[in-house]
Design a protein around this ligand. Sequence first.
Ligand code: NAD
Length: 488
Amino acid sequence: MRAQPKASHYINGRFVDDEQGQPLEVIYPATGEVIARLHAATGNIVELAVEAARAAQEQWARMRPAERGRILRRAAELLYRHNDEIARLETLDTGKPLQETTVADPASAAEALEFFGGAVAGYHGEYVDLGGGPFGYTRREPLGVCVGIGAWNYPIQIAGWKSAPALAMGNAMIFKPSEVTPLSALRLAEIYTEAGLPAGLFNVVQGFGDVGAALVAHPAVAKVSLTGSVPTGKKVLSLAGSHMKHATMELGGKSPIIIFDDADVENAVSGAMLGNFYSTGQVCSNGTRVFVQDGIYERFLKRLTARTSKIVIGDPLDPDTQMGPLINKAQHDKVTDYIEIGKSEGAKLHYGGAVPQLQGFENGLFVEPTIFTAVTDDMRIAREEIFGPVMSVLSFSDEVEAIERANNTEFGLAAGVFTRDLPRAHRVIGELQAGTCWINTYNLTPVELPFGGARQSGIGRENSLAALSHYSQLKSVYVETGDVDSPY
Ligand code: NAD
């Protein structure tokens, strides 16, 4: 098997297994080949991980933040150094083309380790002047043992985005990758150990939703950060709430991109393509409702069609490939069903929509990049998250209408605006109900900027100093410098 790790889990600085756990097969989505066989965690494995994390965390929290940061930065260097090897592993696990994974996946995890490894030493509590003698101050204290639960679309990025701020702040983490993509988090765990992270601080536990739920409910766990779908988010948030635990929810979306008449047409097309076709459309922040103003509509569609027709679909390990397969059969069924739904709802299948037959990849889960036009706001393809390369193009005539229709969704993860009119760009962004917005670009998520959603798309933020606040709690201290003023 091409990507078999030494064992299923990584606990207390080493690989461990428990063959009593439910079998978990890892499939390369381009061919259907089994690339690894693992076991989901048993109750015993969950206990081992929690115990290791709890035992290691106290000492870790007492270290100078700058020293903790140095270890994270060493791990970032190792991720950069092993970029190509990890990118290949991520390609096998997800089916995403090497062209993407070599620039986006381990690199984005490394950026998070680098950023939080540096930022934490400058992240302080505050001095509060209470007038005259007394004063107050606040301390930013770690939460303890944090649980990270990942989705399958950006496995190592998610593991890095969650573990870096958690560890920098003095917490321990138990990370449960998606059962569909369990491999790269194990590699990250090895790298942390090689960088000098003490054993027990980053543990990887495999499993399905029940393992995630067991971790969240464990009395020794203080926080959960989930990346996943809205229905899972609701379950995990209510479980965490019933135990009064901290929670960050990075969930799904149906985000709008609004393209005004005065936009640069090539940039708008680039944004719409990046926001629908990158990672075969399996990106939470994708702008799958593309609102195009009447005056630019024909030009936009012409260039969009021409450029989409040049997308190279095929072997993810070929460096020339631009689009790989979908992650698994369930996702493939879901996306092809939605294409049928779009047609039956009366949208016009403008481009793609078929399952390509690729020689040597007959069992691959491919689907063509797909563009629907004549889409109306009430159609299911314009309301529900598809999580595949299916773009809905909608036309509009004025700004007020575009804002109202863009906001007409239960989600609020992201939004984009393309225009050369800067006052309008900022005015429209100010009206859009979304946590992560772009003007004249789309889907860039640098670590310096907070990332996360509004409304059903989530609670809390990843990246930036905001993430450090979500992995810590404030303690306020009142300091009296005079006598206690007492009526007794
Ligand atoms: P999912 O919700 O099916 O699973 C996510 C994770 O939750 C998996 O690890 C799964 O095992 C675990 N899980 C499932 N049930 C659980 C339970 N009851 N308790 C605890 N854990 C449980 O999502 P997915 O199919 O892996 O990923 C796709 C979804 O993730 C899409 O909706 C996408 O928009 C979203 N996503 C969001 C972001 C973001 O940052 N906002 C990023 C990537 C993906």
